[in-house]
Ligand binder design. Structure first.
Ligand code: HEM
Length: 478
């Protein structure tokens, strides 16, 4: 194998399938952990015919994600089944196209008014509370919170980001919700069709006809988003929208970038409606599955760590008191919750790895990289490493005090990625998690239920998610 020739250690590949067989009947992240023990921090394996080099070393992660970003800026395909206009989206573009689009999306996130976003998130959190009240009343022994959290996070994000008026918390048949589920299923590691297409890209056209539900819902969903864009464009043009009320969509419409035209001259232009549809899809596809899982993981960890939950609750009461709707400033000050979220993502990393494709032969710190190799940065193996996180199996949110963080290499823990391609939506994601938890924890103690299983069973879909739901009991505070 090419890895042998270049002295990169790793398991011996088999013809056609490479090392894929070694994942059979095992949890994929455990396989990476075992390989790290056997081969060290950097090793190679084959996904079918594709060579993949795995990095589990913070310094090398920094080199690839930031220092040599120009040679590693491409991300391998996230969902193998792409429908127009999603080929224009952040998740699927690369080179100059990605760079320009990313700059408009990043500046839209920066310009959108956080106070307005938090107002929308609080409104959705109030609706979530009505649903939780009902479930807590009907299920004294606890219930699975995942469906409600999935619907809340999508409704909260869609209303805050693009003034979506659908009622996802009350209507699980809302197109946007069904589309998000179909997108996640279609890109899930549990889905053998997607798995085959990922490993053997040339089979994708043959496999695409099996991706029926995703394809059908994509058409309906894109039409809904186009209608939403048309309405908001008209509102901007006819009535104007106060700058304090401008959401992500308004800023995507107003943003411009420089583009080289065929005559070789540079022109400034805004995003087309089709590009905006694609970006909204990449935010929903790239962000919402991860966000749902992270909120659900935090709720599970609160249930099984009552003392830490009490500290989070006390911090919420000290900062927000009983003020009905916490402000963006107050949410930012919830340090105990910040630490709790990070420690949860260490033990249950919804994005367990980062991936890039190498675009140019090079050697970094003595490690060879070849054009076309997939680079998998599997820092999740580091999150359980005794030498970085003593007693790694123990939940301890104090690992994320400023003092403790300073003791570690800054690239030891990257739940949202790093460098120019890092997650653009994590601020909104964290606000959303906090807006929901402030309301839940002020009213209820989250407790384990007879159905709670700890450690929580998880699955890769395609992000790490609860395998069979998250069962908890909500007991009213007295
Ligand atoms: C709070 C939970 C979230 C976590 C843990 C998370 C994590 C990540 C990670 C690890 C990446 C890959 C970064 C890289 O390759 O360097 C990523 C990318 C991305 N995330 Fe998030 N994310 C979250 C929430 C969100 C939300 C709420 C949105 C949308 C508003 C979002 C939108 C995206 C997009 C569009 C990308 C691709 C960016 C690009 O390729 O340029 N994420 N996220």
């Amino acid at each position: 194998s090419v890895f042998n020739e270049l002295n990169v250690p790793g398991p011996t590949p088999k013809w056609v399938f490479g090392n894929i067989g070694e994942f059979k009947d095992k949890f994929p992240l455990e396989v990476f952990k075992e390989w790290r023990k056997t081969y060290g921090n950097i090793f190679g394996f084959f996904e079918g015919f594709k060579p993949s080099i795995v990095i589990t070393d913070p310094e090398m992660a920094k080199q690839v994600l930031v220092k040599h970003f120009d040679k590693f800026h491409v991300r391998p395909i996230y969902n193998p089944f792409v429908y127009y206009p999603d080929d224009l989206s952040l998740l699927n573009t690369y080179g100059e196209t990605w760079r320009r689009q990313r700059s408009v999306v990043a500046s839209a996130f920066k310009s959108a008014n956080t106070a307005h976003i938090v107002k929308c998130l609080n409104r959705a959190a109030d609706k979530l509370m009505l649903k939780l009240d009902e479930s807590a009343r009907l299920n004294h022994n606890g219930f699975d919170i995942t469906s409600l959290v999935d619907r809340f996070s999508l409704e909260a994000f869609a209303s805050a980001a693009f003034n979506y008026k659908g009622n996802i918390l009350d209507d699980p048949n809302a197109t946007l919700f069904r589309y998000m589920r179909a997108f996640n299923h279609s890109s899930s590691a549990d889905n053998p069709i997607a798995g085959l297409a990922r490993v053997f890209e040339s089979l994708t056209p043959l496999l695409k006809p099996f991706d029926k539900e995703h394809a059908m819902l994509h058409v309906q969903h894109v039409n809904e988003i186009r209608k939403c864009i048309k309405e908001e464009r008209e509102r901007l043009a006819n009535e104007g929208v106060d700058s304090a009320e401008r959401n992500l969509l308004h800023h995507l419409m107003l943003g411009t970038f420089l583009e080289k035209a065929e005559d070789g001259k540079w022109h400034r232009r805004g995003l087309s409606d089709e590009e905006i549809v694609a970006h909204i899809n990449s935010l929903i596809g790239g962000g919402l599955g991860t966000l749902n899982a992270s909120i659900e993981f935090v709720i599970h960890m609160l249930a099984v760590n009552p003392e830490a939950q009490q500290r989070v609750y006390q911090n919420i009461m000290d900062v927000c008191g009983n003020e009905e709707n916490p402000s963006d400033k107050q949410l930012k000050e919830l340090e105990e919750l910040d630490k709790f979220i990070l420690e949860t993502l260490r033990l249950l990393p919804c994005a367990p790895g980062l991936a890039r494709t190498c675009t140019e032969d090079c050697e970094i710190n003595g490690v060879p990289f070849r054009k076309g190799w997939v680079v998998r940065i599997m820092l999740c193996t580091v999150y359980n490493d005794e030498s970085f996180f003593p007693k790694p199996e123990v939940f301890d949110s104090d690992r994320f005090t400023t003092e403790e963080k300073e003791k570690r290499h800054p690239y030891t823990f990257l739940p949202y990625g790093q460098g120019p391609r890092m997650c653009p939506g994590y601020h909104i994601g964290v606000f959303q998690t906090k807006a929901a938890l402030v309301k839940i924890l002020r009213k209820y103690v989250i407790e384990s239920s007879p159905q709670t299983v700890d450690p929580l069973p998880v699955a890769l879909r395609p992000m790490l998610s609860p395998k069979d739901g998250v069962c908890v009991k909500l007991t009213k505070r007295t």
